[in-house]
Design a protein around this ligand. Structure first.
Ligand SMILES: *[C@@H]1O[C@H](CO)[C@@H](O)[C@H](O)[C@H]1NC(C)=O
Ligand SMILES: *[C@@H]1O[C@H](CO)[C@@H](O)[C@H](O)[C@H]1NC(C)=O
Ligand SMILES: *[C@@H]1O[C@H](CO)[C@@H](O)[C@H](O)[C@H]1NC(C)=O
Ligand SMILES: *[C@@H]1O[C@H](CO)[C@@H](O)[C@H](O)[C@H]1NC(C)=O
Ligand SMILES: *[C@@H]1O[C@H](CO)[C@@H](O)[C@H](O)[C@H]1NC(C)=O
Ligand SMILES: *[C@@H]1O[C@H](CO)[C@@H](O)[C@H](O)[C@H]1NC(C)=O
Length: 859
């Protein structure tokens, strides 16, 4: 195409775009899209000399842009596509040209043409294209570039276009019409950064034009801080800003919105100080004092403009600013937005500052909370508590900081005088979340505040609790007690925990509820967690469980665990929180699923404790044979429970009791009489040799049955039926039927035991050896993919409760996390399998060694 044709076509298209009827031409937008892109790309690529065509292509682009933004909405979709394409063209051709190609004074027209197009995009483009374009320019050193343009073309025209573009960028990236200050002062602003710095350091009380220039300069300096651009060296900027403050004292002319400017000045000063602190640049204490003074006297708003994290951090590191900042922080709490905007102060920024541990935000929040509680300002208490909770969600470990700032004292004060139940509920929930996120380390410093709090909580319990009411606050209080007990298992908060388990009122209350539950008999089954009583019972059982787990730490040797195996007529018998085994059996038998799980968990805990104490003291069993028989009957009956966790617990309980066989005759007799074990193991035998014949659910119970088999094999008198069950043909059948895929740690353990007890012949052992080798190889090969699965427990750890119902959920989750069955915490199924296989191989080789030694000695 000849140059003349090119110019002519551009002019014609421009004329067409200006026609009122242009909107009616359907294909026009897509045609213009092609044409304008092509015109720009061919004139701005430096391949051949067509400089004189540039004005034509720029004019076409500009008219196309105006065409998109104006006119009727008929072709809105097509016009949007065209608009996108124009913005893209600006990014790919015009901006790089500006960055690199200004060569001589002839380009002024091109420069101003491009800047005008940019200005239209910045001020008028639809959606958030303006913002994105502004961000793109600002983060590509636009400010330095701008002063470069003004240096190259020292004309008023270029200066005003350049400042106009800067002002539009400022409007987009800072918001609040801050760009207006630049547009107002444009004609007085010098084109040179050094002059800007000089002007800033002057006294402007008599000179409105100078004052408005200074505002514009402050805005430019501030916007530069977000994009790592500097108009001068850091120490020079600090010096100018300080001089400005000293000479003008944070006063702004009436015509300029003072609170917006003071806010910006505060942020700018904080940023510059934050930066100079890093590089140990000296500052003027006098200027600091002047500004701080203005901050306490005048209106400003921390939240109204974009803040730089460096500046924000510096502000919150200044003790002298506690008062004004505390006011600002309260405002933040009231208006906090949880979504991270990356612009204004948000919860993520605040949480990160708290996490850094280098600011006074945590203590400010605690003192605000305390103050709002004292003033009985419900909404404010709620706001501050919410912010602290959200910080805990983001960084649970910040809990320790809040504790060391005295949050427990602040929260504890709501339990003394008559605060509204809403305030108490909010504060209780926060206590719960603090306890839930805190590390044990936190509690090593100061028990006293926790004792104080615990006593107040216990006082607020009433012995005659209404079991049917659905009291949210009570749920949270029980949750707090559970957490204190849970911590006490780690040997912290011992005294508060002691106060809980020895609290007579609580003991009576819990006994009462347990008795009421037991008295319900079969109808207890209807009390699942949807009924108020069911819910309360779950909480009470959780509290009992957490007590049982820490009693040995809290009360040390003063417990006779066998007391839990006694019937007692004396209602006052138990002087601490606990529950006898027969009540647990009844709850397990009659209760709905969550009650079964909790009761079986409690029973397992108790039996383990009794076992441990008996083995230490060599103590005789004090309960009757009948009592023991009923426990065995209940647990045996539930080895086939549908809930595999209940089944596991019951299997484990049974194993513990079987382990008592060696202690005395009473136990021997009872255990010999047990019939269910035989049934369980015959079922296991069938499942292992002819899997098709058993119900699918039995495969889940195989592990439990295998564990029981091991316990039976370890008896001092192995029952005869067991010996004849595991005869040679059965064992060979099992070995033949097993495949590497369905070998579990429990099965391996069973075979280890069978091998040790001489139930296996050489052929079986050789077969198992090969099988387990295959398992091992598969475990290593498959290990990679399994290892990458994220573990769901990890996520739950960081959770907080936002309501009483979530308190129950979290406590239940904690209970599941630390089920006694998985004593090797953190070990995966596969690791356990590998461990058992290794132990099988070890035993196999040591048996072989014994055999060989025997042969040698015989020879
Ligand atoms: C900005 O544009 C993106 C799409 O690129 C959209 O997801 C987002 O919601 C827009 N934001 C606003 C504030 O319009
Ligand atoms: C509860 O106690 C266990 C064991 O001491 C500990 O691992 C866990 O972190 C505690 N949970 C909470 C929420 O404190
Ligand atoms: C305890 O119960 C009594 C009545 O039985 C009642 O008047 C009192 O307010 C209750 N106290 C609390 C803290 O609930
Ligand atoms: C083990 O798995 C094999 C095939 O994977 C299957 O045929 C067999 O029935 C399973 N055995 C048991 C005891 O589940
Ligand atoms: C092994 O026990 C099964 C029943 O479990 C029985 O049918 C079989 O005859 C027994 N075999 C021997 C050799 O005792
Ligand atoms: C399973 O074991 C039985 C013997 O109990 C045997 O007859 C059968 O063939 C075995 N099945 C397989 C698949 O090895």
């Amino acid at each position: 195409m000849s140059s003349e044709t090119f110019a002519l076509v551009c002019s014609m298209l421009v004329e067409i775009l200006k026609l009122p009827s242009a909107d009616d031409v359907e294909k026009l937008p897509s045609f213009i899209e092609e044409a304008s892109k092509h015109a720009i790309s061919s004139t701005f690529s430096h391949e051949y000399d067509c400089q004189f065509l540039i004005p034509h292509s720029l004019l076409l682009l500009k008219e196309a842009l105006i065409f998109c933004l104006e006119g009727n909405k008929d072709q809105i979709l097509h016009k949007k596509v065209l608009e996108d394409s124009i913005v893209e063209t600006c990014k790919t051709y015009l901006f790089p040209w500006l960055e690199s190609a200004i060569v001589d004074g002839n380009d002024e027209e091109t420069l101003s043409g491009i800047l005008q197009i940019f200005q239209i995009i910045l001020s008028r483009a639809s959606d958030n294209k303006s913002f994105k374009f502004a961000e793109m320019l600002a983060s590509s050193s636009w400010f330095s570039l701008s002063f470069g343009f003004m240096g190259l073309f020292p004309t008023d025209h270029v200066k005003s276009v350049v400042y106009l573009v800067i002002s539009s960028i400022v409007d987009e990236v800072l918001g609040f019409n801050y760009g207006e200050t630049i547009r107002d002062a444009c004609i007085y602003l010098p084109p040179d950064p050094a002059e800007l710095m000089y002007l800033l350091g002057q006294c402007s009380s008599e000179d409105f034009n100078l004052a408005s220039c200074q505002c514009a300069i402050l805005v430019i300096l501030y916007v530069c801080s977000f994009y790592n651009e500097r108009l001068a060296a850091d120490n020079q900027i600090l010096a100018s800003v300080e001089q400005y403050i000293l000479l003008n004292g944070g006063k702004f002319p009436h015509e300029i919105p003072g609170s917006l400017m003071l806010t910006l000045l505060v942020h700018l000063y904080a940023f510059v100080r934050g930066i100079s602190f890093r590089f140990s640049i000296p500052h003027s204490p006098e200027a600091e004092k002047t500004l701080f003074h203005a901050m306490t006297l005048k209106e400003w708003d921390l939240l109204s403009s974009r803040v730089h994290p460096i500046g924000l951090k510096w502000l919150f590191q200044n003790e002298e600013l506690m008062e004004p900042l505390s006011f600002q922080l309260l405002n933040f709490c009231k208006t906090v937005t949880l979504s991270s905007s990356g612009q204004l102060v948000d919860i993520q920024m605040i949480a990160e500052l708290v996490y850094s541990g280098e600011t006074c935000i945590s203590s400010l929040l605690v003192s605000l909370l305390s103050q709002m509680i004292k003033e009985d300002a419900e909404d404010e208490v709620l706001s501050v508590a919410n912010v602290i909770t959200e910080i805990l969600v983001i960084f649970p470990c910040t809990s320790d900081q809040f504790v060391s700032c005295g949050i427990v004292d602040a929260l504890g004060s709501v339990y003394v005088s008559l605060y509204s139940s809403r305030i108490r509920a909010v504060c209780s929930l926060l206590v719960f979340n603090i306890l839930h996120s805190a590390s044990a380390m936190t509690f090593t410093y100061d028990d006293n505040v926790w004792i104080g709090l615990t006593m107040k909580l216990l006082d607020s319990f009433n012995c005659s609790l209404d079991c049917t009411s659905n009291d949210q606050e009570r749920k949270i209080l029980i949750g707090i007690l559970c957490l204190i007990l849970n911590h006490s298992a780690n040997k912290v908060l011992i005294e508060p925990a002691k106060a809980i388990v020895l609290n007579n009122c609580l003991v009576l209350l819990m006994d009462g509820i347990v008795q009421e539950a037991c008295a319900k008999g079969p109808s207890l089954f209807q009390h699942n967690q949807e009924t108020a009583f069911g819910e309360l019972l779950v909480l009470i059982l959780l509290l009992i469980l957490f007590s049982l787990r820490s009693l040995h730490v809290i009360l040390e040797a003063s417990i006779d665990w066998q007391d839990f195996l006694q019937y007692s007529d004396d209602t006052q018998s138990c002087s601490f929180v606990g529950i006898p085994c027969h009540d647990l059996c009844r709850l397990m038998h009659f209760g709905p699923s969550p009650i079964k799980l909790l009761a079986s968990q409690c029973l397992l805990e108790l039996l383990n404790r009794i076992s441990f104490q008996r083995s230490c003291l060599n103590a005789e069993l004090r309960c009757s044979a009948k009592y023991l028989k009923s426990i065995i009957a209940v647990t045996e009956g539930m080895v086939f429970s549908q809930d595999s966790r209940v089944a596991e617990n019951c299997g484990a309980c049974l194993s513990v009791i079987l382990g008592w066989e060696r202690y005395g005759n009473k136990e021997k007799v009872v255990i010999r009489e047990s019939k269910w074990s035989r049934l369980i193991l015959e079922e296991l035998a069938v499942a292992l040799t002819a899997p098709g014949l058993t119900s699918k659910s039995f495969t889940n119970q195989q592990k439990i049955a295998a564990n029981i088999a091991v316990s039976l094999l370890q008896l001092s008198q192995v029952p005869e039926w067991l010996t004849s069950l595991f005869n040679g043909s059965l064992v060979s059948g099992i070995v033949a039927n097993l495949s590497a895929r369905n070998v579990t740690a429990e099965i391996v353990n069973l075979f280890s035991e069978l091998m040790t007890k001489n139930y296996l012949n050489q052929e079986d052992i050789a077969g198992l050896h090969d099988l387990f080798q295959v398992c091992r190889r598969q475990a290593y090969e498959g290990g990679g993919s399994n290892a990458q699965l994220p573990s769901p427990e990890k996520k739950a750890e960081t959770a907080v409760a936002r309501s009483a119902d979530e308190v129950c959920g979290l406590l239940f989750g904690m209970m599941l996390d630390q089920r006694t069955g998985s004593c090797n915490a953190g070990e995966t199924e596969q690791q356990r399998l590998l461990r058992e296989i290794d132990s099988f191989f070890f035993q196999e080789s040591s048996l072989r060694g014994q055999r060989e030694a025997a042969q040698v000695s015989r020879a």
